[in-house]
Design a protein around this ligand. Structure first.
Ligand code: BT5
Length: 328
């Protein structure tokens, strides 16, 4: 795209570049260059310019623009196609529609704002404009539907790794899919699939990361339980950088999972987890179990030792850590 080539030339130069040089470099007229510069400025790119010295690149806007995310990818397939929306109901919903239309594995839908962001079991995900990463990735793994919960674990482990690599903050993973800091939720993951009986047709891994919200950006009902990276770190985080590193990390971990199984992500997950060794309440649909979370089996299920000593495997549910009650 012409606009991206102008940015490449300006960024590479690192100094003023004249309109004349740009028009020669791109093989287009000076007025075409000027039009593109104007539209880049409208997007929020900071490009100063004077007739005498030419144009100077001064920075990208704080948006999840495909070009800014791709700078951090390593040439794989995740993020080769990135669809950036300023607003959408739910990136998972958009990505599922695209998956049905045949968009390839690795396609990413990312939005500045979601108006109907969703969590598990028809719960909603608060996704205000310009301060989070609301991202969905299309995957087409050769898996049976029962194996799909393992993907949630892979994605959770990758998110934790990417957040730590970019910010230095070490989030905790609360089984199965919450990333938390000091007990408050930073990130949620929603994997949705469409399958024939034996085989997954496609799935969408939806990731919501609270990045630059301040406490008052959360609705009152979430202020006790939700936090952002900015609140944890005391400074803003560049969203496009984090999204890019996240996609690169995810691609690495997903390939490893497809080739060698869950072992490596399981190790990572165990290194970040904060659930095992605790007394927990597990809310399942319509009932509740209490016991000690003792382990994670090879398939990613949580092993719970109930009060009568029996072991119970849990494949989905909501965990509440019983604080102040050590597991015996
Ligand atoms: C999740 O569900 O944690 C999965 C969230 C996935 C969101 C992403 S964003 C991109 C993609 N597109 C979508 O539409 N969704 C995905 P669950 O475990 O059910 O948690 C939902 C609960 O978390 C809600 O009932 C609230 O209590 C709480 N919550 C809602 N918004 C939150 C936020 N921004 N930060 C922290 N907690 C939140």
């Amino acid at each position: 795209m012409e606009r991206d080539r102008i940015l490449d030339l300006l960024e590479e130069a690192g100094t003023h570049v004249s309109g004349e040089q740009l028009s020669r470099g791109l093989g287009v007229s000076r007025s075409a260059v000027w039009k593109q510069i104007r539209s880049l400025r409208e997007l929020g790119y900071r490009i100063s310019g004077s007739p005498r010295s030419g144009y100077l690149y001064e920075g990208a806007p704080d948006l999840l623009l495909p070009r800014e995310i791709r700078k951090h990818l390593q040439g794989g397939t995740f993020g080769r196609e990135i669809i950036h929306l300023s607003t959408t109901a739910s990136t998972n919903q958009t990505a599922l529609e695209l998956a049905r239309q045949g968009y390839p594995e690795g396609t990413v839908v990312v939005a500045e704002e979601q108006t109907a962001g969703r969590g598990r079991w028809q719960r909603s995900w608060h996704s205000p404009a310009g301060c989070g990463i609301w991202l969905s990735l299309i995957l087409r793994p050769p898996l049976a539907p029962v194996e799909v919960p393992q993907i949630t674990l892979v994605v959770g482990a990758s998110c934790a790794r990417a957040i730590e690599a970019v910010t230095g903050l070490r989030p905790g993973i609360k089984w199965p899919n919450d990333l938390v800091w000091e007990g408050k939720k930073l990130c949620g993951i929603l994997v949705e699939m469409e399958a024939a009986t034996e085989q997954v047709k496609h799935l969408v891994a939806g990731i919501g990361i609270n990045v630059n919200q301040e406490e008052e950006d959360f609705p009152p009902e979430l202020r006790e339980t939700a936090a952002s990276l900015r609140m944890a770190l005391g400074c803003r985080v560049e969203r496009a950088l984090l999204a890019g590193i996240l996609l690169a990390t995810l691609e690495q971990d997903y390939r490893e999972f497809l080739c060698r199984g869950l072992d490596s992500s399981r190790e990572t997950w165990l290194a970040y987890q904060i659930t095992l060794g605790h007394r927990v309440r597990v809310q399942l649909r319509g009932r509740e179990l209490t016991g000690e979370a003792t382990g994670l089996d090879a398939g990613g299920n949580l092993i719970l030792r109930l009060d009568d000593g029996t072991l119970q495997k849990v494949s989905s549910g909501e965990i509440i850590l019983c604080r102040g009650v050590p597991a015996s």
